[in-house]
Design a protein around this ligand. Structure first.
Ligand code: PMP
Length: 384
């Protein structure tokens, strides 16, 4: 086996979900919504399955979906992408793989930020790249120009930026975005921007895409996912957007990874992207209420939580809560003794990990969140 995979275990999400299923625990670990998903989008997929083609769609994606993605970003983020600059992929995961395979040559260095989404590092290494890890830390998870300069070498070719950031639920601020863009332009780097959480933002905060920053239009790959936009994480319909020269290379990698993505789901996502702004606002408001419900319950039970302006995730600060367990020990005991699955943040670090933060997914029904809060409270009382 290739050593990149030989030294690797099963992902923390799969492990925690399997343990949660085996013990009938409440699963706030893996990031998936409890609800079934929007009925009319699911209906649109069912109709497409029965009424439209089930044969290979075009390799770059259905033209209708590519156009819908471009239109959505024009309306929502003020971007000027054309449909030709959108390539449909089997989830953001495939887009990340295609981008890294297309752009990394052996020995190239790639700047990654920790905490990092778990797919990045093995993909970079399997492509022959060398990861240069930049460590971010709570409570703000901020990126500075000094951090970027310290990570750079003459072999650096790419950075991979995830904002809004899973697992922290934070977003890069305007000044950070400008600093990262300035760095990329000065150093002639390409930015792979994982923006799958772009629609899941709260308290009036709006996502800003790197591709709109000065000098970044020709050097950014913007990656999105319908799974997060429409709370349909199992669908694995994603896309990558880039200027024509970059898009050409991305398409070559994509054609030998999955080649296409189920056409029925593509039709349904194209339908979903055409929805009114108000629908997306409504989804955000409902998730924000869930976040606030879990945060209030945890605070009342004696836990300190960090701000969570985006994503499905809220973090407990163990040190701030006065809990003298590290994140892995806390998650183990929480699962075994209280019946709640959570994710230790250290799982998102390849080294020098932050070990006092625990990630919880709040995209759950009120009843599930309330049951989880009761269990957190009992766990805290038992340890107090
Ligand atoms: N990137 C990030 C930051 C994510 O959180 C996820 C999903 N959890 C993905 C990529 C993968 O998205 P998809 O399911 O569309 O492959």
């Amino acid at each position: 086996m290739n050593p990149v995979y030989a030294r690797m275990g099963t992902t923390i999400f799969e492990t925690m979900s399997a343990r949660a299923r085996a013990s009938d625990a409440i699963n706030l670990g893996q990031g998936f919504p409890e609800a079934q998903g929007p009925a009319d989008i699911i209906d649109a997929a069912a109709r497409a399955l029965a009424e439209r083609s089930n044969q290979y769609p075009p390799m770059l994606g259905l033209p209708e979906l590519r156009q819908a993605v471009a239109d959505h970003y024009a309306r929502d983020q003020g971007l000027d992408l054309s449909a030709d600059e959108v390539i449909v992929t089997s989830g953001a995961t495939e887009a990340l793989a295609a981008a890294l395979l297309a752009l990394v040559s052996p020995g190239d260095e790639v700047i990654l930020f920790q905490p990092l989404y778990d797919a990045y590092l093995p993909l970079v290494e399997r492509a022959g790249g060398v990861a240069r890890l930049v460590r971010l830390s709570p409570p703000d998870w901020r990126i500075t120009r000094a951090m970027l300069d310290a990570a750079w070498t003459p072999r650096t070719r790419l950075i991979v930026l995830n904002s809004p950031l899973n697992p922290s639920g934070s977003m890069v601020e305007e000044a950070e975005l400008a600093a990262i863009a300035g760095f990329c332009v000065e150093r002639d780097l390409i930015a792979i921007c994982d923006e799958v959480w772009e629609e899941v933002t709260f308290d009036g905060a709006r996502h800003r895409s790197m591709i709109a920053e000065a000098g970044m239009r020709e050097r950014t790959i913007k990656i999105g996912s319908a799974g997060k936009m429409f709370a349909l994480t199992g669908w694995k319909v994603g896309w990558m957007c880039a200027a024509p020269e970059l898009a050409h290379g991305l398409a070559r990698a994509h054609q030998f990874l999955t080649f296409t993505t189920p056409p029925n789901l593509q039709w349904a996502v194209a339908y979903g992207l055409g929805r009114e702004r108000a629908w997306f606002d409504g989804e955000r408001a409902a998730l924000q209420a869930s976040r606030d419900r879990l945060a209030a319950g945890l605070v009342a039970a004696g836990y300190a939580v960090l701000p969570a302006p985006a994503t499905y995730f809220l973090s407990i600060d163990l040190t701030g809560s006065g809990i003298d367990l590290d994140d892995v020990a806390f998650c183990d005991r929480l699962l075994d003794e209280a019946g709640v699955a959570a994710i230790p943040i250290s799982a998102f670090y390849a080294g020098d990990a932050v070990t006092d933060i625990v990630r919880l997914c709040f995209a759950k029904s009120d009843a599930t969140l309330d049951r989880a809060i009761d269990r957190f409270a009992a766990f805290r009382r038992a340890r107090a």
